[in-house]
Write a protein that binds this ligand. Structure first.
Ligand code: DP6
Length: 401
């Protein structure tokens, strides 16, 4: 029996200029361009194996060990069909290649971070899906233009997924083609080796209630928020400026724009009818602490040393040059004591709670253990990786491991 399979991993990305709003729901075309930082797969990633053979009777997916019917999931199906179409074109061009585009696929996907962490996994998940199918189907991937083409397919799984196909700093251009969406694609601004000093601290904030999903939330914002109209007219200027800041490695401007855009996104969520609250009191306390940390630096004649950003949930991501991370982690632990001693993976030492000299400790109250239930210290990272068969998520008989 001829079996073909491909295993890859793909990274998580966290936007500095947020995507929020669609102008076309089915093609997933955004109302504004966005920009993100790809985070290292050493700490956070989705791994996916795609496998095909003539004998498979239906398309199947196992997501973190649970079986899902692909044919019932519109977005998964769109993504898979788009990849198959590309394979068909490839087979038409190379008639000697096996006609695997007609065969059903089995896909197994896993995240190396717990779903309970509340981190969005759809971006890395759909990027891994598109990338693994591209490999399975022998589609060209050597050129950045090929990856950018592939991002059109990942985008139709989940908008933010298109940005996870590149490492480093990535822009999702909104495009003008409303009919096919052929120019709404990801492009790399700079790769992860360009500014490797950029680190990220993810503060996992406890969240018991089930929030509004990004998809539903942004749709409601488009329909009801007046402030949103202002946002989509001005976001592009911020994007131009942050791109320049990245290319100049100007952290101060990068931080200013990142925080402004996060604030504006959450203001627009609040301006939605009925209002959407993604941040909670712990999120706001983290904003207070980062703001005070920057104030101390600026008061001493320095610049901003950290930037917070929040997606559609209460978790904070703090971007900062790696050299500031010890201070930042110390400060976060001071206000949000951790259940276990936090051993930093970069310094390989346990970091204790502490504040920098001149810090006004009254900016937030010291929270109970568990308010921030975990910390992940990571850094900017590379794009999807092709993995060897030893990492495959199926065993030799095609059963999920
Ligand atoms: C707040 O990509 O999850 O994280 O396209 O409907 O799947 P869909 O939405 P999704 O939205 C992400 C929104 C965000 C901002 C961002 O990542 O840019």
């Amino acid at each position: 029996m001829f079996v073909k399979q491909a295993t890859v991993s793909a990274p998580v990305n966290i936007a500095c200029i947020k995507y929020w709003g669609k102008r076309n729901e089915s093609l997933i075309l955004p109302t504004n361009p966005s920009l993100s930082v790809t985070l290292s797969q050493d700490h956070l990633c989705s791994t996916t194996t795609s496998r095909t053979c003539a004998e498979y009777e239906e398309n199947l997916l196992w997501l973190n060990g649970k079986e899902v019917k692909i044919d019932n999931d519109k977005r998964l199906n769109t993504c898979l069909q788009a990849m198959r179409k590309q394979r068909e074109r490839y087979e038409a061009k190379y008639p000697n290649e096996p006609k695997i585009s007609k065969w059903k696929v089995h896909i197994c996907s896993e995240n190396n971070f717990p779903t309970a962490a509340g981190l969005a996994s759809s971006a890395s998940g759909f990027a891994a899906l598109a990338y693994s199918l591209a490999h399975l189907y022998d589609l060209p991937l050597s050129d950045p233009a090929d990856i950018s083409d592939l991002s059109l397919n990942a985008r139709q799984g989940s908008g933010s997924a298109c940005r996870s196909l590149f490492g480093g700093f990535v822009e999702w251009q909104m495009g003008r083609d409303d009919l096919l969406g052929s120019d709404s694609r990801a492009v790399q601004v700079a790769d992860h080796t360009f500014w490797p000093e950029i680190h990220a601290l993810i503060c996992i904030v406890s969240d018991d209630k089930k929030g509004t999903s990004s998809t539903a939330g942004m749709q409601r914002t488009v329909e009801t928020s007046a402030l949103f109209q202002y946002r989509i007219q001005h976001v592009e200027e911020q994007l131009v400026d942050i791109k320049q800041a990245i290319l100049k490695k100007d952290f101060d401007t990068f931080a200013k724009i990142t925080m402004q855009d996060s604030n504006q996104f959450h203001a627009v969520a609040l301006d939605t009818d009925p209002p959407i609250f993604y941040m909670n009191d712990v999120s706001r306390a983290i904003i207070g602490v980062v703001t005070e940390y920057n104030r101390v630096s600026i008061a001493a004649g320095g610049k901003r040393k950290a930037a917070y950003t929040f997606d559609a949930g209460p978790n904070a991501v703090i971007y900062a040059p790696g050299e500031n991370m010890k201070e930042i982690i110390g400060m976060i632990i001071q206000y949000f004591p951790q259940p276990e001693p936090f051993k930093d993976p970069f310094l390989n030492e346990v970091i204790e709670g502490t504040l920098v000299p001149g810090f006004n400790s009254a900016v937030a109250k010291r929270h109970e253990v568990g308010a921030v239930k975990g910390l992940i210290h990571t850094c900017v990272g590379d794009g999807p990786r092709v993995l060897g068969d030893e990492h495959a998520l199926f065993d030799a008989n095609g059963k999920p491991k």
